[in-house]
Design a protein around this ligand. Structure first.
Ligand SMILES: [Mn+2]
Length: 328
């Protein structure tokens, strides 16, 4: 049975900490909340610690306010050594922020459930399935195998996670299974329009201003096939918006047929620069992200910049040249 190792892990232990990647997205938050609720219903002790705040559009999933932002050790339970850790929606322990320093070294064991590209072998004892549309899709199948009851709050969390990670059922890893799960969730009472409104129509006005400022930085490269946008710390401050509200801006240039790759350099309020990459079709951006120490999927990837943005920009464009060389 494919999910046996994870089900054994759940059965064997009683105290769980859940975490997900830095700057958590809809799949990270939805997966954490869904798994936490299933574990709690089994009588397990569960805590959720993230390194970064939950974007406001996903806070409705965490109605019980279970998610805590980890700042220092004093927040951790005294018997932390009796806990095990679930790492969700990333397989890179460099990508869980402060959790990597404060929790990972002191818990009994950890287990990864993820769907990003990975070097971790299939038989590592973790569950990493690259073909899955989302971590939530894997969780749903685990819950099925465990015969766990899925209530409306779990269904809402799973559905939101899937909607977010598939771009509303259109990204390349969307399959019949994704729709089957969505069908099950809606049958349980999930309201798709309500979830859409939360995820896509509850942004702040300042986030729209941020979007306009970032869009004005748009530059086209490689025969107009590559779009580059930049967001600095100052752009965020001027707009009155928040870093995490910029997550959809990268998708805008891809509306143009000719634009095959969208690159987004975004600096957070502390000055850390990240580079996000999106592509269409066969253009493999995770290969590029991994060469800079990052990760992701073939058509959606990213990394933290360890060199100045200008140098990285040149290097990334060089790596993309092979896709357009016939035209250049
Ligand atoms: Mn995901």
């Amino acid at each position: 049975m494919f999910f046996k190792p994870v089900i054994d892990f759940i059965t064997r232990y009683d105290k769980f900490i859940l975490t997900a990647h830095e700057t958590p997205d809809g799949d990270a938050i939805g997966s954490e909340c869904a798994l936490a609720r299933v574990l709690k219903k089994m009588g397990k002790k569960v805590k959720i610690f993230n390194s970064d705040i939950t974007p406001s559009k996903f806070r409705f999933i965490d109605a019980q306010k279970d998610i805590k932002i980890l700042k220092n050790k004093s927040q951790l339970p005294k018997d932390i050594k009796d806990y095990v850790l679930f790492i969700l929606d990333t397989n890179d322990t460099n990508n869980i922020g402060v959790v990597a320093d404060l929790i990972l070294p002191v818990v009994k064991k950890h287990f990864i459930i993820d769907h990003h590209d990975s070097d971790i072998p299939v038989f590592s004892g973790n569950l990493i399935q690259r073909s899955a549309s989302s971590t939530a899709e894997l969780l749903y199948q685990i819950f099925q195998d465990m015969n766990a009851e899925i209530d409306l709050s779990i269904a809402n969390a799973l559905y939101t996670a899937i909607v977010y990670d598939t771009g509303s059922f259109v990204y390349p890893k969307t399959t019949a299974l994704t729709f089957k799960i969505a069908y099950e969730m809606v049958s349980l009472g999930v309201n798709p329009n309500n979830i859409f409104a939360h995820v896509y129509e509850c942004n702040s006005i300042s986030s729209v201003i941020l979007e306009s400022k970032v869009l004005s930085t748009l530059k086209l490269e490689l025969n107009d096939h590559v779009a580059i946008q930049t967001m600095t710390k100052e752009t965020i401050l001027e707009s009155g918006s928040k870093y995490e509200e910029a997550d959809q801006i990268i998708n805008i240039p891809l509306k143009a047929e000719a634009i095959r790759v969208s690159i987004f350099f975004k600096q957070d309020i502390n000055g850390l620069l990240r580079c996000s990459l999106r592509s269409k079709g066969d253009i493999d951006v995770v290969e590029i992200a991994r060469s800079f120490g990052g990760g992701g999927h073939k058509n959606a990837a990213g990394f933290k910049c360890r060199e100045p943005g200008e140098i990285i920009r040149k290097k990334v464009l060089q790596k993309l040249e092979k896709y357009f060389k016939d035209e250049l």
